[in-house]
Design a protein around this ligand. Structure first.
Ligand code: SAM
Length: 491
């Protein structure tokens, strides 16, 4: 049993698991950490980036959030031998030419490799959306956060998704429905499984994502990624054209969906399969006017609904054009969906920062005056740099302390409520030490208090804006339900 790093990343990056190297806010590189894999480098597998080279061996075992410095890597004999041919000539057919090229590359690498740094962060749907290999347009975080909240997706729910595309929405959906792996009763206790769980506890329904994709290579690639990410027990990917073949699975009790998300070119053509009872021929005609009626329903097959009959079903369709919206809304109305409305997300990111503090402003600390001469200006700059260095080292100290506490907690050495004193960790700091630290912190912080606080809207936000149509299909209401309601609430 190995938990998915998306759902339970632990405190540190581990070998054979996915980690994300964050170079800048929106520049992320996903990598399955394989420190011992065959590679062109003496260091094993290496991520080469514009900010330098990061051997996987320097990433494995690091606490998530660590700032990792780039390394100078050694292409060593391995890299060169790969290029060289047995007869002593290189692939270009000229002896020595590729050697020169390799040597040049090494020099450039050596000069630049150690210049940068990156942060090692755990995979999450958000970091995955920013770093995944795009095979299609994807749904971005501002949209899927809103969609999952409007669909009221909760742990234990079942959600249908079509088309799955690059799997951006899939990863967000699986986190939203996760309430443990099938066969595991209590996600907070991975050692407890269905057999060892107390008998009296009612067996819960595990959350699940049922994804459909009709482009076969895309469906296959997503299946591989989902398996690599440890999410296979929670996500069922089916290669299928949902317009003609719908959403039912071989297991007749699945998907049993509570929520549906359709990111398809013609969502109205899939709606006839998302009903509780067989749709009338008038409804079929209205929902799928573009395709021949004989393919809209197979009369020889008994009708099965993919929806959970015990709950209202919520749907969201995602379409870039208003014409698609009107056709979808019309089909939804015809098939009995209620509370239909449309939303467009216009997310904006605000950059909030302090204005750069110029030398004259720096003078505020030195008596509100401009520096008298070059020496004074240099001295003030050094002062600023010194305080910045103190600030960063304090930040680092804090981060390390948090990690130490997390480790100690994991080992069971610190109980809840012990965090403040840190007594059980044997870390004793005198009052004077604590005062000195606070003083240094206040002084360092003052650097960032200077300069006016300004904000501006960032011009470009990575999002594929579309119209979101939402609707609800009421739950089934039988004679028995009515009887029960009467007994409960009176006539
Ligand atoms: N939501 C996805 C994501 O976040 O990565 C992106 C979906 S992409 C825009 C649309 C996908 O729908 C494509 O991969 C396409 O192959 C698939 N598709 C189109 N028509 C389909 C159909 N009839 N049945 C199943 N999938 C379909």
């Amino acid at each position: 049993f190995s938990p998915s790093p998306f759902l339970d990343p632990g405190t540190h990056a581990s070998a054979n698991n996915l980690g994300i190297l964050q170079l800048r806010r929106d520049q992320l590189i996903p990598a399955v950490l394989l420190p011992h894999a065959e590679s062109d480098y003496a260091e094993g597998k290496v991520e080469n980036t514009r900010f330098g080279s990061f051997p996987h061996s320097t990433l494995v075992g690091q606490p998530w959030g660590t700032q990792v410095l780039a390394s100078v890597v050694d292409t060593g004999s391995r890299g060169k031998s790969k290029k060289r041919k047995r007869d002593g000539k290189d692939e270009d057919g000229e002896a020595g030419k590729s050697d020169v090229k390799e040597a040049r590359k090494d020099i450039v690498k050596a000069a630049t490799a150690s210049s940068g740094f990156a942060h090692l962060v755990p995979p999450t749907p958000e970091t995955w959306t920013l770093s995944l290999p795009h095979r299609t347009q994807v749904v971005y975080t501002p949209d899927y956060s809103y969609i999952l909240q409007r669909l009221r997706v909760r742990p234990g729910d079942h959600i249908i998704e079509a088309g799955a595309g690059s799997g951006s929405f899939t990863h967000a959906a699986v986190r939203a429905v996760y309430n443990g792996y099938p066969g595991q009763s209590d996600p907070s206790n991975p050692t407890e499984d269905a057999d060892t769980a107390p008998k009296k506890r009612k067996r819960k329904r595990n959350g699940g994502v049922y994804s459909f994709e009709y482009h076969e290579p895309r469906a296959r690639q997503l299946q591989l990624e989902i398996s690599d990410h440890g999410l296979a027990p929670l996500v069922t990917i089916t290669h299928r054209d949902v317009y003609s073949d719908g959403f039912c699975l071989d297991n007749p009790s699945l998907p049993d969906a509570d929520a549906i998300f359709l990111d398809l070119p013609a969502p109205w053509q899939a709606l006839k399969h998302l009903t509780r009872s067989p749709p009338s021929s008038a409804a079929l005609k209205a929902t799928a006017p573009d395709i021949p009626t004989e393919t809209t329903a197979d009369a020889s097959k008994p009708f099965r609904s993919p929806l959970n009959p015990r709950t209202p079903t919520r749907i969201c369709t995602f379409s870039p054009c208003i014409e698609q919206v009107t056709r979808t809304v019309s089909a939804l109305r015809t098939l009995g969906w209620l509370e239909i409305d449309m939303v467009e997300i216009a997310a904006k990111r605000l950059e909030v920062r302090r204005e750069r503090v110029g030398l004259a402003e720096e003078g505020v600390r030195g008596g509100n005056s401009a520096p008298a001469n070059v020496q004074e200006a240099v001295q003030r700059l050094k002062d600023v740099e010194g305080r910045a260095a103190v600030f960063h080292s304090l930040q680092k100290e804090k981060q390390e302390e948090v990690m130490r506490r997390a480790e100690a907690r994991k080992r069971g050495e610190v109980g809840v409520g012990d965090e403040d004193g840190g007594k059980k960790e044997g870390v004793k700091t005198s009052r004077q030490d604590r005062l000195d630290k606070a003083k240094r912190e206040i002084e360092a912080r003052s650097l960032f208090k200077e300069g006016r606080l300004v904000h501006r809207t960032e011009p470009e936000l990575k999002t594929h804006t579309s119209y979101l149509v939402f609707a609800v299909l009421p739950r089934e209401w039988s004679g028995q339900d009515e009887e029960r309601a009467r007994r409960k609430w009176g006539k």
